[in-house]
Write a protein of this length. Structure first.
Length: 124
């Protein structure tokens, strides 16, 4: 898990045009969601922020996703175009263990239609 100091440095290094962050845990949750995804050669755009929110049960910003992607060694591109494959992976909820803000806004927590995810990550 990333320390607050590391996340604060990544926020500076990412050099976002108009940064708007909710909480460092939001960056942690976005990173975990991104980490579960398969990557591809090209990029594609999607509403990643809302997809991740439904998984983690907490409002996050585009900037939170951008910093998480910036920190991730396999994710390339700029929001909303990332090298994420079309077959999305539903990350294990065990990825949220220890992240205090996870599930804080349960009204957001809707996994969505079963067809949104083609792969289900096994519990780690």
């Amino acid at each position: 898990m990333f320390t607050d100091d590391l996340i604060e440095q990544a926020k500076k290094d990412a050099k976002l045009f108009q940064p708007n962050h909710e909480h460092n845990d939001c960056i942690r949750m976005a990173y975990e969601w991104l980490d579960a995804q398969l990557t591809t050669q090209g990029t594609r755009a999607a509403d990643w922020k809302h997809i991740i929110e439904r998984w983690c049960g907490r409002y996050i910003t585009d900037s939170d996703v951008e910093v998480a992607a910036f920190m991730h060694p396999k994710i390339e591109g700029k929001y909303p175009k990332y090298n994420i494959g079309k077959r999305l992976t539903l990350p294990s909820t065990k990825r949220l263990v220890g992240i205090g803000e996870a599930g804080k806004q349960n009204s957001i927590m809707r996994v969505g239609s079963p067809s949104a995810y083609k792969i289900i990550e096994a519990d780690r």
